[in-house]
Design a protein around this ligand. Structure first.
Ligand code: ADP
Length: 347
């Protein structure tokens, strides 16, 4: 078994969803459901580096939140028989914040940086030589008396995760040897995840119920796990503890997750776009301000799914509700005027 050494600068109170995540996270690549091509490429990379006796190349995972970036990162040390240290971009304000992690590296171990796009440029530049030559340059003193010393590091693997790969600088992106983009999951894959996790939680669930939860989980394993936890509580409180299709449906209705799988925030987004802004086009900042939510929450957590399901599209002038977006709220889209943009053309 790999040794456990997890140093984390992520806030301990990271919300209930994070605690659920940790309990249900797969431990090995073969336990990861879906994303098969990604898992297979990582299996090859792991087997290759073991044979070549080299550290695994630096890896960048990108994709919407809750799709498994951290899961893949935490599975890899188990596959390699090594340790992992975890931190996140916002916790690394200055180069010195990196030092405890760099000095704690074991040979071939993993350093995971979540939200790596939020790391300041000065820290980014500090770790370039660490990524390339396993070395960092430390400046001691100030002004005329300042001198630079070079510190050799143990060979290691940096794993970065980002919801916004476009915000990473080119030089940073180029230093990762492996880039993997994670996609939303199919209902079948999510149903499998729900079934496996229900078994881990000793909760009986019917295939129909697993499908119902999966169908209403926004293509996202983290959401599926949260829905499963809720349905489990509901089944225990109101029934005999087993999740049947009827129980799953009633639990999700009570949580205000609609039959299309949209939750309160999704509907609020569409209602704001349609009722306040006439269906758009409108900028994401205006939408966020009207909904009283952070722009990042809107673009990272809400919009990506609405875009994928074509409830909205992005145009150069802002977000636009599609006929499907109007339809899901039971509304009729206005007739397009001749000068209106053709949303789909601008994606
Ligand atoms: P991200 O880092 O992309 O935000 P996580 O890796 O934290 O997402 O995934 C959220 C939760 O979803 C995990 O704890 C895990 O339980 C579950 N999960 C994610 N991907 C998978 C998968 N492919 N198979 C099984 N469970 C998964």
């Amino acid at each position: 078994m790999p040794r456990e050494k997890v140093i984390t600068t992520m806030p301990a109170d990271d919300g209930d969803d994070r605690k659920v995540d940790a309990a249900l996270r797969p431990k090995l690549l073969k336990e990861v459901i879906g994303q098969r091509k990604v898992a297979e490429r990582l299996e090859v990379a792991v087997a290759g580096c073991k044979k070549l006796k080299e550290p695994l190349g630096h890896i960048l995972f990108d994709g919407p939140p809750g799709l498994g970036k951290t899961t893949f990162a935490t599975v890899l040390p188990n596959e390699l028989g090594t340790t992992i240290q975890m931190t996140s971009g916002p916790a690394l304000a200055k180069p010195a914040d990196m030092l405890p992690f760099l000095t704690n590296l074991d040979e071939g171990s993993i350093l995971f940086i979540d939200e790596i796009h939020r790391m300041p440029r000065i820290v980014e530049e500090f770790i370039y030589p660490a990524m390339e030559d396993f070395r960092v340059d430390i400046v001691l003193g100030e002004g005329m008396s300042a001198r630079t010393i070079s510190m050799q590091l143990k060979p290691f693997t940096l794993i970065g995760a980002t919801t916004r790969s476009g915000m990473l600088s080119g030089p940073m992106r180029d230093r990762f040897k492996i880039h993997e983009h994670l996609e939303f999951y199919s209902v079948e894959e999510l149903a499998k995840i729900v079934t496996v996790n229900a078994a881990k939680l000793n909760t009986p669930i019917t295939p129909g119920a697993a499908h119902e939860l999966a169908h209403r989980s926004r293509g996202t394993p983290r959401v599926a796990n949260a829905r499963l936890y809720w349905a489990r509580s509901y089944a225990a409180a109101r029934h005999d503890g087993s999740i049947t299709e009827d129980v799953a449906r009633a639990a999700l209705d009570m949580a205000e997750v609609d039959r299309d799988g949209l939750d309160r925030n999704d509907r609020k987004y569409l209602e704001t776009l349609i009722d306040v802004f006439g269906g758009g086009p409108t900028g994401v900042e205006a939408l966020a301000a009207t909904m009283n939510l952070a722009t990042d929450t809107l673009s990272d957590e809400i919009e990506l799914y609405l875009l994928r399901e074509q409830y909205i599209v992005r145009s150069p002038r802002g977000r636009v509700a599609t006929p499907r977006g109007f339809g899901v709220l039971g509304k009729v889209p206005p007739k397009p005027k001749a000068e209106d943009p053709q949303p789909g053309l601008f994606e």
